[in-house]
Design a protein around this ligand. Structure first.
Ligand code: ZN
Ligand code: ZN
Ligand code: FE
Length: 751
């Protein structure tokens, strides 16, 4: 018999055709395999048992980097046995094949890299069908060498032989190359003058001497310095205009990570995250007495560490033999510099670079480990542009434009959502360019022509303004916290209804005030605001986000009214500017109030003298979490009036403890547990009143694992099932997915 088989999913650029070729040979089948815009097409002819064995194996034993979505089979008339071969790609029709994310260097390639007898010994671009660049070098689909930035390099005889040999690990590996035919690594000074000698050895020597080195990686240029050199790290901070936000550190191997961070207890999930093909930055508790310079992560108990993920990183890490800072090469807030001409503007002393162009800029992904499970904080390299499969379909293609900070967009069609990589904050021309360019690139790659555009209700978000300029699409506005909860539902493949607990920074509410501590009875289509934190004034609007002491003033005046609290340090420290802000609290515009949980954290952080002003988003809350004594279990009592949580109760309790001279570590812990308990009380009330048994947790505040753990435990104690994020971040990086599924659900409901 002869069958025509179609395989959809991430099946291009992952060694799928050689895999099928191997199966056909094993089962003695003749026929063909090839790529087209939809994925992989196969025709096989032979005994029925052998054909079905191949079909079975195609989905069961797919290569490591493949993700098979769908296999369909139809019978066709036999044409007679003529061997099995791989046929050229067929171009045409709207592309629907999925593009593989970039993957860390595999063990086989790593062994070659450090084998003096191998022809790719110390060659920084070694790769194979199981690893290497993908999304970052792909310019179009179907995925063939001509559709990548490798097209300028023609294979030498040896590489071409590997590429053509179905038994070789490099069979049809599009980026295959070697020192004779592939890209070349160079090291040059900031004035462009070449630095003689082996580029890797010389680069390591420069790092050892305290220099700032630009390194061209997979998705862009990074800046590197010796992570144990205080002066070098401080110099990098100054040149990058970076405040206190932590730098990530690349460690040569797992043993080195163990010297820097505490891996015990939650080790298996940590090791899986650190060593997997996605190779994200993993946030881990730093080990006391580690040699990492203080200014790598000031005021932070955690350290973001990652292992080498390209051959170049492996070479450099081994040559240097110590951890080094590896941070996106950009000005703060701008996207990572991925073009060579943008990299020239980087404030580096030397550049370790090469001539393989990067097509798509891509930051490193960041994850946390919560109870031995990987939780995404920033979704980029290793994840994008893999689709998120959903158990429902979008009637029409959707473009969702996301929020403002931690921007992503999402294109959705069929039952797939393609969430873009993290793009940064949409605050400047460069990020807005990256956003618009990214949308265009995704539309081409996946052949999606959006007919619906989803956007945040905030009229000032640049993503909203962008959405409303698009012609010929139906606009659908989605409330920010509804999008958060919907993103958690989509993440879990559930339609709701649930009690959505959105603990967040700020988002535009449907009543024109600023929301951010919301209990929503929600499904994908809509929501009802069933509870929230008690609103307080937000003196100065967005200025209060940058200046947490203002939120301390707002909460103190709300909690105490005319009572005297002048004895508090936060008042003394901000004496000169306090009266003006107190006046704003008393007489500010009525709609300038907020129910934000993030702002409550800010207020407590300022009260404890941790942060009066911040240099990066969420800093006051992050440092408050880190301050909390993990040994303290009890929390402050908080009144929940119906389903409204009185944050001012927490403020009064904090002030009481402060006046008694209680340690800030204890106060911070009691605050977390008190808030968690109040959230649990209000959530269970909403659940009971609405006959719901499931809660979905989302919003940036849930990046706080101390709070998350306490809320999860509390809700489970009350018998609720709890949905958490696994595939997209709980912060605004997940908003675009939430908007997309809401728009899709409304579209379905309207039919
Ligand atoms: Zn490999
Ligand atoms: Zn070659
Ligand atoms: Fe948000």
């Amino acid at each position: 018999m002869r069958s025509r088989i179609r395989v959809e999913g991430i099946v291009q650029g992952v060694g799928f055709r050689p895999f099928v070729h191997g199966l056909a040979v094993r089962y003695g089948l003749s026929g063909t395999v090839g790529n087209d815009g939809f994925g992989v097409f196969i025709e096989v002819e032979g005994p029925a048992g052998a054909v079905s064995a191949l079909v079975e194996a195609v989905s069961r034993n797919a290569p490591a980097l493949a993700a098979v979505d769908r296999v369909s089979v139809e019978s066709v008339p036999p044409t007679g046995p003529r061997g099995f071969r791989i046929v050229p790609s067929m171009i045409g029709g709207a592309p629907r094949a999925h593009v593989s994310p970039d993957a860390a260097t595999c063990d086989d390639c790593l062994a070659e890299l450090f084998d003096p007898a191998d022809r790719r010994y110390r060659y920084p671009f070694v790769n194979c069908t199981n690893c290497g660049p993908r999304f970052t070098i792909i310019t179009a689909v179907p995925y063939d060498r001509a559709a990548t930035t490798m097209r300028a390099f023609s294979m030498c005889t040896a590489c071409a032989a590997e590429y053509r040999d179905p038994r070789d690990r490099r069979f049809h590996a599009q980026p295959v190359c070697c020192p004779a035919c592939g890209p070349t690594l160079v090291l040059h000074a900031s004035d462009g003058a070449m630095i003689a000698g082996d580029p890797v050895s010389e680069a390591a020597a420069l790092l050892r001497a305290g220099s700032i080195l630009a390194v061209k990686g997979l998705g862009g240029h990074h800046l590197a310095v010796d992570a144990t050199d205080e002066d070098a790290v401080a110099a990098l901070r100054a040149r990058k205009h970076r405040g206190d936000k932590a730098f990530a550190v690349m460690a040569p191997d797992l043993a080195a990570v163990r010297e820097l961070c505490e891996l015990d207890g939650e080790a298996s999930g940590v090791v899986a995250a650190l060593t997997g093909a996605r190779r994200p930055i993993v946030l881990l508790p730093r080990r006391a007495g580690s040699p990492i310079a203080v200014s790598v992560a000031p005021g932070n108990r955690d350290l973001g560490v990652l292992l080498p993920y390209t051959p170049l990183h492996h070479l450099l890490a081994r040559e240097l033999g110590r951890p080094f800072v590896l941070t996106s090469g950009n000005l703060s807030g701008e996207p990572i510099a991925h073009r060579d001409e943008d990299a020239r503007r980087l404030a580096a002393d030397a550049f370790l670079t090469h001539d393989r162009p990067i097509h798509a800029g891509l930051d490193d992904s960041v994850v946390r480990i919560f109870r031995d499970t990987e939780v995404p904080v920033r979704r980029a390299r290793g994840h994008a542009p893999a689709p998120i499969a959903l158990p429902w379909a979008f009637p029409r293609p959707v473009l969702a434009c996301g929020a403002q900070l931690k921007s992503t967009f999402c294109l959705a069609t069929g039952s797939h959502a393609f969430v873009s990589q993290h793009l940064g904050d949409l605050e400047n021309y460069a990020t807005m360019q990256a956003f618009a360019g990214g949308v265009a690139h995704f539309r081409r790659l996946f052949g999606i022509e959006p007919e619906v555009v989803a956007y945040d209700l905030h009229p000032e978000y640049l993503s909203t303004k962008y959405a409303l300029t698009l012609d010929g699409v139906q606009p659908i506005g989605v409330q920010h916290h509804h999008a958060h909860i919907a993103s958690c539902l989509a993440d879990n493949g559930e339609p709701g209804p649930v009690v959505g607990v959105a603990l967040d920074g700020t988002g535009y509410g449907t009543d024109g005030t600023i929301w951010g501590g919301e209990l929503l009875v929600a499904d994908l289509v809509g929501f009802e605001r069933a509870g929230h934190l008690e609103p307080v004034p937000m003196p100065g609007g967005v200025t209060a986000i940058r200046q947490p002491w203002r939120m301390a003033a707002a909460f103190l005046h709300s909690a105490y009214g005319a009572e005297n609290f002048d004895d508090l340090d936060v008042v003394r420290r901000n004496q000169d500017r306090w009266p003006a802000v107190a006046a704003l609290v008393a007489n500010g515009p009525a709609e300038l109030v907020t129910s934000s949980a993030g702002r409550l954290f800010d207020a407590v952080s300022a009260l404890l003298g941790i942060r009066d002003t911040i240099t990066y988003d969420g800093q006051a809350a992050v440092e408050l979490e880190q301050r909390a004594d993990p040994g303290v279990r009890g929390g402050y009592p908080v009144a929940v009036a119906g389903t409204v949580i009185r944050g001012t109760d927490l403020i009064r309790a904090v002030v009481g403890d402060l006046r008694r001279g209680e340690a800030s570590e204890v106060i911070a812990a009691r605050f977390h547990h008190g808030l968690a308990e109040a959230v649990v009380t209000a959530t269970t009330r909403v659940a009971a009143a609405n006959g719901l048994e499931v809660a979905a947790l989302s919003g940036g505040v849930f990046c706080n694992t101390l709070l998350l753990g306490a809320v999860v435990d509390g809700l489970r104690r009350h018998g609720l099932r709890v949905l958490l994020h696994r595939r997209v971040p709980c912060n605004d990086g997940g908003i675009s997915l939430g908007q997309a599924v809401v728009a899709g659900a409304r579209d379905r409901a309207a039919r």
